[in-house]
Design a binder for this molecule. Sequence first.
Ligand code: M6R
Length: 611
Amino acid sequence: MCGIVGYIGTSEGRDILIDGLRKLEYRGYDSAGIAMLGEDSKLQIVRCKGKLSGLEGKLAEAPVSGSLGIAHTRWATHGRPCEANAHPHRSGPFALVHNGIIENYALLKEELESNGHRFSSQTDTEVIVALLDHEWQQVKDYRQAVRNTLKKLKGSFAVVIVNELEPDQLVAAKKESPLILGITENAFLLASDVPAILPYTRKVIYLNDEEIVFISRSGFQLESLPDGSPRTAFPHWVDWNPIMAEKAGYKHFMLKEIYEQPRAVIDTFRSVIDLESREIHFAELNLDRNLLRQIDKVCLVACGTSYHAAMVAKYMIEALCRVPVEVDLASEFRSRNPVLNERVLLVVISQSGETADTRAALKEGLDKGAQCRAIVNVVGSSIARMAQGVIYTHAGPEIGVASTKAFTTQLIALYLLAAYWASETGKLTREQTAQMIQDLIELPSKMEKILSDTDKINGWARKYMGFKDFLYLARGTLYPIALEGALKLKEISYIHAEGYAAGEMKHGPIALIDTEMPVMVLIKHGPLFEKMLSNIQEVKARDGIVLALIEGETSDAIGEAGNQFGMPVTSDWLAPVLFSLPLQLFAYQVAVLRGTDVDQPRNLAKSVTVE
Ligand code: M6R
């Protein structure tokens, strides 16, 4: 939540900072602001409530300029969205942008107020810059004042600071909120996430928790916050390119990302499958067959859409590997004192690799000695670095707030993990593993087919966009997809939608069924088919509207063919990937027709880095 950018170099930095904010707007868009130090070393600060476009409008009238500056796009935590609460915040010669939450801000604020400081915002961030000003007045040494200030903060932060008195220096630090340093020939950039710096460099240092970096135009010094000792940093090459973070002619990032899924799925499985031998090798997972044989419980932990991927994986891992699997929301897992030890495999799943609760759950696992692994999309993210092994999804940058390609590639990574585990421990024969791989190889063309045949889904969107409530029903591996379909609809179209295990219908939700309640039903051939047909009859008997995604041919038993969308046939384990696509398209079309902000829906942020 919140995106921050910093620039120090030899060129004009304003457009670089604004461009960086544009790439980070997915992290929050309640307000935006910029602070630059011009040639006279005076701070120029412009802030605006609302999206970046508002700030750009203000800058057109009151331009700022300089070769050093900071910028921020906000997702409000403390203090409502308004200009006074927008970053950068200033005190004396200092201006600062912040991502995170300062838990002891109220206490610090009280102390500062008793020393005569007057605050102009309701934010926790203003406390940091006021404290810095206060510390500086005590010690008259900038670096020492920064150290003293940051040591007094409880909570999470990534901060970038400019100072009129030392106008050739940017200072940045982090604890539990992401921050990267991009290195170019003649400039340094700081950002919350890689897309902000991709047009300028792919050479990146991922700052660690409790590190401070002092950056001049000629170099930087990294040190440990707790003891001031120097730290060495090794740059990484990011293998994303700038074009991947553009819309490429699509109306929205979400639509582009929906259509990128066949490619993303191929990239994800190609990174671990040897197509010749039909074997699976995870280069960075660090989980061999000896270790797998010792595992007697799996905990899958995640938030939001990633949690739905975990739910699908429970079915796969239990069925194929015959080991019990618990699935938890990260926020609950971390607070329920879970039973963990060295025989438990904890796998956290996160697109961003920065979600605060997921990260805390991983820390809980590490502290309790569990085997901790992660499935992550963003290379170098906090979770990727904390875990003892990683499977990377190769979705590329996902900018739309609603997760699409990150989700389906997570499903692929988990499918591969289950297949690898089962084959390494002798639960699957070589032939069975090869068949699972063959199913996977055939999947992208089936995905293409769904994505090229959108007329019916678009028609449903036109017909049902005005309804106020939707129900999504499914069983087995498609049940989590019902939850995910409902989440997609509510987060981008603001229509109330509930996903339910179809077997639960009679235990409550059936009371909701009437002519005003479209019911999206996900139905696949196999042992659960007849039961799903019965559920459909129960909905129809109460005048509910049935929209069915059905594997194979449409069925008279379901009703008129116009309300059925035929899905390509695949295994139970891969059906969740296919069934996700029409649900994503449906949610997208409904949102577009209702005129909502598809890529940046209200109140949401892509990366939930606060608890
Ligand atoms: O980056 P993560 O996968 O950890 O994010 C978890 C959720 O915040 C995320 O999946 C969220 O639910 C999406 N907006 C849903 O589309």
